[in-house]
Design a protein around this ligand. Structure first.
Ligand code: DX5
Ligand code: ZN
Length: 215
């Protein structure tokens, strides 16, 4: 069964308690929390006060996706806010190895996200230091965008790299995941499906999560 990680970016920010309760009662495995700084991506989302409250409101895994420059400056603060997994962008880290070591030293799982133009092959020398690779299947910054089809080839290539090295790194797909394309994404080798609009804009979010789990 895939790991399903609904993205709070598409939740109702005036009723976060309601959406957290819904996710807690659902088969969702993780809460995916998107942090945007208005510099690395052309949008600003939410920060520590929201993350702290949301992580307290659940016993599910808090999967924090940082779309920010200089993530190392804030790693400890995200750990304190309740992050279990902290994902930084390859394109935002000059010293990626150091960033990953810092995240693991703080007791969190370390993730690396790749923009659509960044080849998975660039991770060859760092893969053994990564717990999760988040392949962006849209350009980061906004929910509700169209899935970029070439992502499927990237998933296949990364799966081979992980297998060849005997690793158990998880592959997460983020952006434009729907009930129509999720089966192909999983078939290519993905382990984690992030879903924003597919869950929160659905008439029955709990049912949509259950449907993603059963693909
Ligand atoms: C985009 C975010 C995604 C977003 C996905 O920058 O990283 O997590 O919430 O939303 P959907 O599933 O609607 O494309
Ligand atoms: Zn995300």
């Amino acid at each position: 069964m895939p790991i399903v990680a609904p993205s709070l970016l598409s939740a109702d920010f005036l009723n976060l308690q309601k959406d957290c309760d819904m996710l807690n009662a659902s088969e969702a495995d993780w809460f995916h929390l998107d942090v945007m700084d208005g510099s690395f991506v052309p949008n600003i989302s939410f920060g520590f006060p929201v993350i702290e409250r949301v992580c307290k409101a659940t016993e599910k895994i808090c999967d924090v996706h940082l779309m920010i420059l200089e993530p190392g400056r804030y790693a400890e603060a995200f750990q304190k806010a309740g992050a279990d997994i902290l994902t930084v962008h390859y394109e935002a880290c000059t010293h990626l190895h150091r960033n990953l070591q810092q995240i693991r030293a703080l007791g969190m799982k370390a993730g690396v996200a790749l923009n659509p133009h960044t080849p998975v092959q660039l991770l060859g020398d760092i893969l053994h230091d990564i717990d999760l690779v988040c392949i962006m299947s849209v350009n980061p910054g906004f929910g509700g965008q169209q899935f970029i089809p070439h992502t499927i080839d990237k998933i296949r290539a990364l799966k081979h790299m992980i297998h060849d090295r005997g690793l158990s790194t998880l592959i997460e797909i983020d952006g434009g995941v729907t009930l129509d394309n999720a089966a192909a994404i999983l078939h290519a080798g993905a382990d984690v499906l992030v879903a924003g609009n597919t869950v929160f804009k659905s008439p029955d979010p709990v049912q949509s999560i259950a449907a993603l789990k059963r693909l």
